[in-house]
Design a protein around this ligand. Structure first.
Ligand code: ZN
Length: 343
């Protein structure tokens, strides 16, 4: 082989190698992860780093409980390399569109199966609307469907089998517990690694660093509760903090359970909450993010307590910058708000 031919062979080999590398990189760039609500979006972008594009379906300011996807949202989900959602009561639209996709379904993970689920709880004084009973029936159906999907997805999480399948509705607000946020982050890490094994070491490192921050958040909640003189709080709104209250041994009273679509409490519910604020002499009555605050303000007017927002982090506000908001910053603010309310 003369030197020119040798040069051409080497050049050709180099082009093939470069094309291969370029092709893999280009494909890698296109991995597109679609998420339903803010906490999943936040955990995923942190674990993925710059390697994948991550989309939040819920528009800023939208209510996740009444969300209905646009045709373009449906296409975004169908085109995803991986679709991550909670799998709770607010995700009826997810079940509908996934079944409409037939065989052209994206890979999916329902994160509710990565934690130990707790049933929604009706506490004393809570407005227990009749639609909640209807949910109970839907709940059973939904869990059956989910179990089927789970076997399609991945079989690497033994804990997912431990969540309660008893009667009642599993509360969907799993992310309000930092401990659950850790389990969700681990599940997301594993799902991204399955999709893109070449970057699994990066995902593992990103997840580990983030989990350390979540452990610190958990420790902050624990020490705040341990040093607080009260262990009870009142939310004049829906109650999406079942997992938070459970983790930290807090008692609570609220107007509605977490999934309630009712926002008009009876006079007896409001009177009951006013009595509780007086009985415990509570300085704060909570409302939620994106709430009209009417119930909390009524309780505050009657008792002299002040209204504060306890943020369940379903979504970011209407003019929020996604880059400047994080689950951690929202939850650290909640630590401080609870500290005020419990002291
Ligand atoms: Zn909710």
């Amino acid at each position: 082989m003369n030197s020119i031919n040798k040069f051409l062979v080497i050049l050709l080999a180099a082009i093939i190698v470069l094309a291969g590398v370029g092709g893999a990189a280009a494909q890698n760039d296109r991995y597109h992860i679609v998420t339903t609500i803010f906490p999943i979006f936040d955990f995923t972008r942190i674990v993925a780093g710059d390697t994948m594009s991550v989309t939040l379906i819920l528009p800023a300011g939208a209510d996740s409980h009444s969300f209905e996807p646009t045709p373009s949202d449906i296409m975004t989900v169908q085109d995803a390399d991986l679709f991550l959602y909670i799998g709770g009561e607010s995700d009826g639209w997810v079940d509908r569109i996934l079944s409409s996709f037939g065989d052209k379904k994206p890979a999916t993970v329902a994160l509710i199966q990565s934690v130990r689920g707790l049933n929604e709880e009706i506490v004393e004084g809570m407005q227990h609307d009749s639609s909640h009973d209807e949910h109970d029936d839907d709940g059973d159906e939904y869990h059956d469907e989910n179990d089927d999907e789970k076997h399609d997805d991945d079989d690497d999480n033994d804990e997912s089998d431990s969540h309660s399948h008893s009667d009642g509705v599993i509360d969907e607000h799993i992310w309000t517990s930092p401990t659950n946020a850790i389990l969700m982050t681990e599940k997301i890490r594993d799902a991204l690694s399955a999709l893109d094994p070449a970057n699994s070491a990066l995902f593992a490192a990103n997840a580990e660093a983030y989990i350390n921050e979540l452990k610190q958040l958990d420790a902050d909640f624990r020490s705040m509760v341990a040093s607080s003189k009260r262990k009870v709080f009142v939310v004049g709104d829906r109650f999406p903090f079942r997992y938070l209250a459970h983790d930290y041994g807090l008692e609570y009273y609220a107007a509605f359970p977490g999934c309630s679509t009712d926002n008009d409490p009876g006079a007896s519910t409001v009177a009951f909450l006013i009595d509780k604020v007086r009985e415990y002499n509570l300085p704060v009555v909570f409302t939620l993010e994106n709430s009209n605050q009417v119930i909390a303000k009524t309780i505050a007017d009657a008792t002299g307590a002040r209204v504060e927002v306890l943020n369940a982090a379903h979504n970011v506000g209407g003019n929020a910058n996604l880059e400047q908001t994080s689950y951690l910053s929202i939850m650290h603010e909640n630590v401080e708000k609870l500290r005020e309310a419990l002291n």
